[in-house]
Design a protein around this ligand. Sequence first.
Ligand code: ZN
Ligand code: ZN
Length: 413
Amino acid sequence: MTARTLPIALDEQTITDAVAMYTHLHAHPELSAQEHETAAYIERALDDLRIEHFRCGGTGVVGLLRNGDGPVIGFRADTDGLPIAEQTGLPYASTATGTLPDGEVAPVMHGCGHDTHITAALTAARMLSTHREVWHGTVVLIFQPGEETAYGAKAMVADGLWDRAPRPDVVFAQHVMPAPGGSVIVRPGPMATLADSWRITVHGRQAHGSEPERSIDPIVLGAAMVLRLQTIVSRELSPRTPAVVTVGTFHAGLKENIIPDRAQFTVNVRTPDEDSRSRVLAAIRRIIAGEAAASGAPEPVVEELNSFPRLVNDDALTERLTTVFAGVFGADHVDARALGMGSEDAGWLWDAIGVPGVFWGFGAFDPALFDDGAAPAGNHSPQFAPDARMAVTTGTTAALAAILEVAGTGAAR
Ligand code: ZN
Ligand code: ZN
């Protein structure tokens, strides 16, 4: 193991302030694309650090931390919460509510830990702005809204992110994971799956429950579609291709003796690459059209709800960061495991302009929680409860390590 350490270390005051920032953000989550208070909070924090900033992609905020000539690094922190009723029992647990796009009022929680990302990015920015001798260049701090709905990265790029901020040499993003504090998870190549969500409306013909011969039953038809969709992964893809087709909602009918006129369901698809993605999506269209035709029903209506792009880590840059992380956290605290079938839109921030990027996970939980193969509640669970101090120290340290690897001057304090 190389005995490399950071030229700047987190002091107790900075950690205390970061924990206070984290607990405030945790208690005040907002839903995707509605991060108005969060954006205002970030803008005030950037003002305090005298970092210039601009709005981008609605509730997105971009800070430009300039320190002379040198590399330009994009660093992303996503900012949205989730419609989850928090059950952590923490003193700073959220009691917030928000309004979903369909008008329903829902409880809101930072159930994916994006509050740790905001805090780590702002705390790293504070360290870099007070220790300007150890680095040079520009850090583009990207506070991205709407990650959970695959909205934010595309919205910021479409709103001219890379025309308004200096074009980066590299882009980084990090995500808190159910892993021990003081550890990171990173690997070259794909870090997450492509993901697509569709809503499908099946139109039948309404009739009395006693007169099925006068109906086209959208429930029977929709049920046949749901079952046949499950043959795509098992019969149309190679067993070596990891893919998921999940029907997560199915709604139809109001009363047991009325055959309704429609059924509606949503399907979520996860695939490892563009080729398998287009095969699965084409198969879904073919199956729903074919089943509708078999029932004598009109062609169902397909609406795209969201689409997560690929997330691929640059090989050479990942190798450099793996070495740096091993020096800072210890080689046995750098994990190269695959991350499962999750999805993330950060990759769009670098794919959109063709520059290298790296996305890594960081741990934020008491290592004792992992004894004997146990694990704490994971992201999106109502019990997801990172340790505040471990979250802010691990997240900030990982951010500083990556930024200084590219922009460090070699100066030590
Ligand atoms: Zn999430
Ligand atoms: Zn997340």
